[in-house]
Design a protein around this ligand. Structure first.
Ligand code: ATP
Length: 248
């Protein structure tokens, strides 16, 4: 990786770019993953590169949904593995939830590489390489998933997801939690709970809330999930961005 001086004012952001670009060179991230990262960066800039209160609220509710789930799955793509592989593994152990590599631009080789990396970092079982089931309504290889993983999950945490697949998962009656920095994306509008935050902050924050909310009783958690108004939160995120722009 390129040597970025720590004193650079954009050190953290540049390091993330380095991670994504390195992962692309290693065949873990598809080239379009770089473009997706750039769009995310732009929205993160508008959001002040901090977890805003509406994201913190969504993270809490997401945790309530994950704890209540019968069969929760965390879906991982190349960008997510490049940025927060260890954090996702740790979260999966805390919930507990299954991990599945699920790619938009799927190749068996890339799935295998991502599964291997996750296993080398301590993941016990990673789904995604069997591809023995299909998400109905999605043509092309992006519809493949594991029967034991995403196909039979009741709750699924997706990040940097495509709107079509988010809708197809929702059509399968799954509770979809999405991490997406763009509050205007189809995914953000389709998910039941959208976390408008960067995965690098969202995943550790979600884990922090797992430890807290595991002590609550189920009725309390159910009422958090049932009273969640995702559209209201998306409006808050957009208002936040527009007010911030007005002040700058
Ligand atoms: P949609 O189909 O939902 O409208 P899209 O086509 O705009 O989505 P994709 O390129 O499929 O977007 O997915 C990338 C999404 O992930 C973008 O909305 C981008 O803002 C978001 N994103 C990129 N990097 C991050 C990140 N590090 N953390 C959270 N979200 C991110």
């Amino acid at each position: 990786m390129t040597n970025i001086p720590r004193t650079h004012p954009r050190y953290n952001s540049l390091m993330l770019r380095e991670k994504i670009s390195y992962a692309m060179k290693k065949g873990l991230v598809h080239e379009t993953g770089l473009i997706a990262h750039g769009r995310g960066e732009a929205f993160d800039y508008l959001l002040g590169e901090k977890t805003q209160p509406f994201a913190e609220d969504a993270e809490k509710v997401a945790v309530a949904a994950l704890i209540l789930a019968r069969n929760p799955v965390i879906s991982l793509n190349g960008n997510v593995v490049a940025l927060v592989a260890k954090e996702c593994i740790s979260l999966s152990m805390q919930v507990p939830a299954k991990l599945e590599v699920n790619l938009f631009h799927r190749t068996d080789e890339r799935v295998k590489k991502l599964v291997n990396i996750l296993e080398s970092l301590g993941a016990k079982e990673v789904y995604g390489s069997h591809a023995d089931a299909r998400i109905p309504g999605l043509n092309h290889d992006r519809g493949f998933c594991d029967k034991e993983g995403i196909f039979t999950a009741d709750t699924i945490l997706i990040s940097l997801e495509d709107g079509d697949r988010c809708q197809a998962l929702k059509d399968m009656d799954k509770e979809v939690i999405a991490i997406d920095l763009n509050p205007l994306s189809r995914t953000a509008k389709t998910a039941k709970i959208t976390i408008v935050d960067n995965v690098i902050r969202a995943i550790p924050n979600i884990e922090k809330w797992v430890k807290v909310l595991k002590k609550k009783n189920k009725d309390e958690l159910k009422s958090m999930v049932n009273s969640w108004d995702n559209n209201k939160m998306l409006k808050e995120a957009l208002n936040f961005i527009s007010q911030r722009l007005e002040k700058l």
